[in-house]
Design a protein around this ligand. Structure first.
Ligand SMILES: *Cc1c(COP(=O)(O)O)cnc(C)c1O
Length: 434
């Protein structure tokens, strides 16, 4: 299968090239040139299949031509070392819990898959040069990528994060690992971290010495595997007899997660409608209303993994629907919530149902309360464990949040990071000396 750029300014790439490059040379996002429709027989018996079995079949549709089945199945099964249960919150609203992985956020799925696929391509190419993955993070991406790549042969990871601007629990998730993971604590903002990474990719000397790549969410190997759990959620709802008219609400920032759901739908998964749930960064909602896409600087909210002012996967959504505003409007509706509304939702849902949402999942929940029509059942994607936002959630509910054991284990680790100024020369000197 070949992968074309959404900007159509370069020739299509092989899967290996698309995964190693991440972004196309014309700055477009890679798209698979075909999206296979899975046969009816697959959907007829999907409720009898496990998540890994479903995922192997879906993965084959995208990657089957490029990776032998045994290798691909191994990548998929290694990735899915945890479950993605759908849990009842009310009769009409169910929660797809994507936080049972190593770092307690949905990004574990994409990061683990990408690490294994990149490792596979590097081994196959016989490349002796190690590959260095550079990743800038405001919290969740760094932890998922660092843990996803931990111990993968032939790959080093350098995580850059802004000093004092990530929560302690997030910081521990990528500064305590050792092995092939190095954390760099930058005296600056997230934007500074991103600038250092981008400048490094353009630096001739660094690129002559190292094979540099990124692991951000635009990479096809991080983005496509996210479709697996939409199929599995459907299978679970079918077992409950509730799969007739399913509406899926996705708390969205860069729109990678929801786009993977739209791909699943294109492959034949019977989802009635999608809801993009946003915080006050509502650029996409404005687009749905006006047909005009106007990026703007992000604003800080308590659902901070969705503080995105120019969602990178918007290009993929547009491409998937041939640029048609009408088509996009009929497939997706949007909702947006203020911090006060998010807090009110967390409090009220906990009081009335006993279910604790995180600030991102709360946007999804509320959008279903407001957006579900007669006869529909809603599934929200609970994208992170509430303990990842412990301080915020405890302040809202006034009750202590239980921390899962796998998160507690990180807290016991010893922080190790390299202090760095925000000047590129310092960062370059550090990389060259490695
Ligand atoms: C990254 C993230 C999101 C946003 O996902 P996108 O794929 O960027 O839309 C939502 N919630 C949490 C907890 C996240 O970490």
């Amino acid at each position: 299968m070949r992968y074309y750029s959404t900007n159509k300014g370069v020739a299509p790439a092989s899967l290996a090239d698309a995964v190693i490059k991440g972004l196309a040379a014309d700055k477009g996002l890679y798209m698979p040139e075909r999206i296979e429709r899975l046969p009816q027989s697959f959907f007829d018996k999907i409720e009898t299949m496990t998540l890994p079995d479903i995922a192997c079949r879906v993965a084959e549709a995208f990657f089957g031509e490029d990776i032998p089945q045994g290798d691909l199945d191994r990548i998929v099964r290694d990735t899915l070392s945890f479950e993605t249960p759908v849990v009842r919150v009310t009769d009409r609203i169910w929660s797809l819990e994507l936080f049972h992985g190593p770092t307690s956020a949905f990004k574990d799925v994409g990061a683990r898959f990408m690490a294994r696929m990149l490792g596979y391509f590097i081994r196959k190419s016989g490349e002796t040069n190690r590959v260095t993955v550079l990743v800038a993070t405001s919290g969740d991406t760094g932890s998922a990528v660092a843990n996803g790549f931990l111990g993968v042969e032939g790959i080093d990871v350098v995580v850059l994060y802004p000093k004092g601007k990530v929560s302690e629990i997030q910081e521990k998730q990528f500064t305590t690992l050792g092995q092939n993971i190095t954390a760099v604590e930058v005296e600056g903002t997230f934007d500074d971290c991103q600038r250092l990474v981008k400048t490094a990719f353009l630096d001739a000397e660094l690129n002559a010495k190292y094979h540099l790549t990124s692991a951000n969410s635009i990479n096809v190997a991080r983005f496509l595997p996210q479709s697996f759990y939409y199929f599995d959620a459907y299978a679970q709802m079918k077992r409950h007899g509730l799969a007739e008219r399913l509406v899926v609400a996705v708390p969205s920032g860069n729109f990678g997660n929801i786009t993977a759901g739209l791909f699943a739908q294109r492959m034949g998964l019977p989802i009635a409608r999608f809801i993009a749930a946003n915080n006050r960064n509502d650029i996409f909602l404005e687009y749905l209303k006006t047909g005009k896409y106007v990026p703007r600087p992000s604003i800080a909210t308590i659902a901070n993994a969705m503080d995105v002012g120019d969602p990178s996967n918007f290009a993929r959504v547009l491409d998937l629907y041939g640029g048609s505003w009408e088509a996009i409007r009929s497939a997706i509706v949007g909702f947006r919530y203020t911090d006060e509304e998010i807090a009110e939702t967390i409090r009220r849902v906990l009081d009335t149902t006993g279910y604790l949402l995180d600030p991102h999942g709360a946007c999804g929940y509320r959008s279903l309360e407001e957006g579900l029509r007669e006869g529909e059942t809603g599934v929200l994607l609970e994208t992170a464990h509430p303990a990842k936002f412990k301080d915020t959630v405890e302040r809202i509910t006034g009750r202590p949040v239980e921390i899962p054991e796998r998160l507690q284990r990180f807290m016991q680790g010893q922080k190790q990071s390299v202090a760095m100024s925000a000047a590129f020369d310092d960062f370059k000197r550090f990389l060259m000396a490695r």
